[in-house]
Design a protein around this ligand. Structure first.
Ligand code: ADP
Ligand code: MG
Length: 706
């Protein structure tokens, strides 16, 4: 294995000087014909050699029986022979000194065990010769740079040249996206259909494009992550400089988990992917259409410096739609400055609304657009402007587009996204706007989403990313001791007390409590802890104590405690007769602002997942949780707190003060550390984790090991 030659960097595969098409065909409507045809038609700047033992020439180009017969050294072999002859063809490439192959042929891993064996055989040849391979089972490679102009696919068009690189796991989808690129005005620098990713992966391409100055934004269509940890590492760094926009389809295979905890059950969808993309700073698009909208946005002449946005419109409805959509995406419709208002007032009729949104009403002329654009862009309280135009009679869209471009030249350091609400298809004047760095949309909602995407990227890039350190006050030895006791006993679960002790060993504050095996013990414990106390059953056979009436809160006296104790025991014996009871846990009454849940689950591919959400007994009903992959830094833990739907619950709310977010974030980070230090922790729930004005307290915990 180790004596294999070192393969060349990916650059030569994406920008070769010479290409052999192995399996080139004279028959039209075959892939072997179409690929050669595309290389010739779209003006590949290097030399092309068709390889076919039974043809003298194809498409007017001299053909060769073998790669080695080509008159020049070959950089890349594009392989389109039937699956049984791929190994042989790649072997020939290797022997002829070819640097890399693009295997279009299908019939590999995707068809089952026999195909997988074939794929391994091809990969062995590739490695032995020190080559690189894209595919197999892919749709090829495009490089739109005029210096290369390579279209080694069988699509019918060549996208326009630009700064977006695109890697697609589905070749067909990728190519249909490229068909639209021209229409949407998205310039493509390179496109790679990675197919089965036997050798070259999405991660390899990210690393290649990270350092390619011609690539400004990266688009991905992803079905699966081969190496999520490496993706996270690369993308996290890369997205600080270049945006990555991804559409992910399919669900992760997280369902395989036997989930007994809340965290485990809630983790069983594609949350791991969401977590991975969020932590990597990748902008996730929910559809190909949204991918386009986002990609178009990055063609803006300037990125927004803040979320302070102004809307300009000639119709009330779209203005309100835009304002609503913007608010929903967290954009800030800032007040216009008095100077801006004073400047604009004389230009418009009295019915116009000189606020934000600025409604110039239907009589607005191109000159009105021009003046308003300039005024808004010169307002120091505004960093982005979204002009909206609904075509009335008498005003041409092209003229308004020109006026927007003209007005926008007043300040080119601010972001402008336009909305031209055409009746059919893409609006007139769009090209002029795009050329001026003004991405243009048909609907206000799309523009709002796109602008918010730009802001998200800017904020992510500005966010400090310190190396992740171990939280202070973590006692690994104590943690190890607790887990080892359970392992020695062959138990799959830690007891309630062990679980809480484990949290305490990692510096997570827990509610004070004492174990009692008789009612007299319980009274003594309550006296020491001070009333009011809480009484809970201690039994490994009872997972959710409340469900069997085995949690009693607000016990204010010894008498009440004796009553509750008797009642609790009777209830448990009636509802769970088989449960072995070890006694009761007497806990101090913890007081706080709101009950949250934090936890750990383990994904077979993504590793330990951290969860945070609004919780207590309502967690399943609310289903308001967010996941990240451990470990997380402070900023990431804080972003979890603000990512839940009910984030407002943690702020000052209806007269009650704000929760201590730092304390919650610290608990999340400590759980991450626990998950990393103890791979045997399969699932962990802290529920509730009580949010307080100062600090946070773990009240109940469950840990499953394996
Ligand atoms: P389980 O989850 O097994 O039903 P918990 O120990 O989480 O049992 O208790 C259920 C609920 O009782 C908690 O969500 C919380 O509202 C309340 N509770 C339990 N212990 C305390 C405590 N020490 N202080 C205040 N409230 C508590
Ligand atoms: Mg609980």
């Amino acid at each position: 294995m180790t004596d294999h030659p070192v393969p060349p960097p990916l650059g030569v595969l994406l920008a070769p000087s010479t290409i052999a098409v192995i399996g080139a065909s004279r028959r039209e409507n075959t892939i072997g014909h179409q690929i050669l045809h595309n290389l010739l038609t779209f003006g590949f700047t290097g030399a092309v050699y068709p390889v076919n033992p039974s043809a003298r020439s194809i498409c007017g180009v001299r053909a060769y029986a073998h790669v080695v017969d080509a008159p020049d050294p070959v950089d890349v072999g594009v392989v389109v022979v039937p699956k049984d002859r791929v190994v042989e063809a790649v072997e020939e490439c290797g022997a002829a000194g070819v640097k890399g192959v693009v295997v279009i042929s299908a019939g590999f891993r995707e068809v089952g065990p026999e195909g997988l064996a074939r794929e391994r055989a091809v990969l062995e040849v590739v490695r032995r010769h020190g080559m690189r391979m894209i595919g197999p089972n892919c749709m090829g490679v495009i490089n739109c740079d005029p210096a290369v102009s390579m279209n080694a696919t069988f699509t019918g068009t060549m996208p326009p040249f630009g700064r977006a690189a695109f890697v697609s796991q589905s070749g067909a989808l990728g190519l249909s996206v490229l068909d639209y690129a021209r229409e949407y005005g998205i310039g493509i620098s390179q496109f790679v259909s990675v197919g089965n990713k036997a050798d070259v992966s999405g991660n390899d391409l990210l690393m290649q494009w990270e350092n390619d100055p011609s690539v400004g934004v990266i688009l991905m269509y992803v079905e699966s992550f081969g190496n999520p940890a490496r993706f996270l590492e690369i993308a996290r760094r890369l997205t600080k400089r270049k945006p990555i926009i991804a559409v992910k389809s399919g669900r992760s295979r997280a369902g395989a988990r036997a989930a007994t905890s809340h965290t485990g059950a809630l983790a069983a969808s594609d949350v791991a992917v969401d977590a991975l993309l969020a932590q990597a700073g990748v902008l996730r698009a929910s559809s190909v259409e949204e991918l386009f909208d986002m990609a178009t946005a990055f063609g803006a002449r300037a990125l927004p410096r803040s979320r302070r946005t102004a809307v300009l419109t000639n119709a009330g409805g779209p203005g309100i739609l835009a304002a609503d959509a913007m608010e929903a995406c967290g954009l800030d419709l800032a007040e216009l400055s008095p100077a801006t208002i004073d400047g604009l007032r004389p230009l418009f009729p009295a019915e116009a609304s000189i606020h934000n949104p600025l409604d110039m009403i239907a009589s607005a002329t191109p000159a009105g657009y021009r003046a308003a654009m300039a005024a808004l862009l010169n307002d120091p309280g505004i960093d982005a402007v979204v002009p909206i135009f609904v075509p009335p009679f008498g005003v041409k869209q092209e003229d308004v587009a020109d006026a927007i471009v003209g007005g926008a030249s007043a300040n080119t350091e601010k972001t402008v996204l336009a909305v031209l609400m055409g009746r059919e298809g893409l609006p007139q004047g769009r090209k002029e706007l795009l050329a001026a760095g003004i991405p243009t949309y048909i609907f206000p909602e799309s523009a709002a989403r796109a602008l918010s995407t730009l802001n998200r990227h800017v904020e992510w890039a500005a966010r400090p990313a310190p190396p992740i350190t171990t939280p202070a006050g973590v006692d690994r030895v104590a943690g190890r001791r607790i887990i080892d006791v359970a392992r020695r006993d062959g138990r799959a679960n830690l007891t309630q007390v062990e679980s809480l002790d484990l949290l305490a060993a990692y510096g997570i504050p827990i509610a004070r409590g004492m174990v009692a095996v008789t009612v007299d013990d319980a009274v003594a414990a309550a006296e020491e802890l001070r009333y009011p106390v809480v009484l809970k059953i201690l039994s490994s056979d009872i997972v959710h104590k409340t469900e069997v009436g085995a949690v009693r809160v607000g016990i204010g006296s010894a008498r009440q405690l004796r009553d509750e104790y008797a009642d609790l025991m009777a209830r448990v014996r009636a509802r769970a007769p088989a449960a072995r009871i070890r006694g009761v846990l007497v806990q101090e009454t913890a007081r706080g602002l709101c009950e949250t849940i934090a936890g750990v689950a383990r994904d077979p591919a993504f590793g330990p997942l951290l969860m945070f959400g609004l919780g207590g007994v309502l967690v399943e009903a609310l289903h308001d949780v967010v996941f990240r992959i451990a470990p997380v830094d402070d900023a990431e833990a804080c972003s979890m707190l603000s990512s839940i739907r009910g984030a407002a619950m943690l702020g000052a709310f209806r007269g009650s003060p704000a929760s201590d977010r730092n304390a919650l974030a610290s608990v999340i980070r400590r759980l991450g550390q626990l998950a990393l230090d103890f791979p045997e922790i399969l699932e962990l729930d802290v529920n509730p984790l009580l949010a307080r004005v100062q600090g946070a307290t773990a009240i109940d915990a469950r840990v499953r090991i394996g």
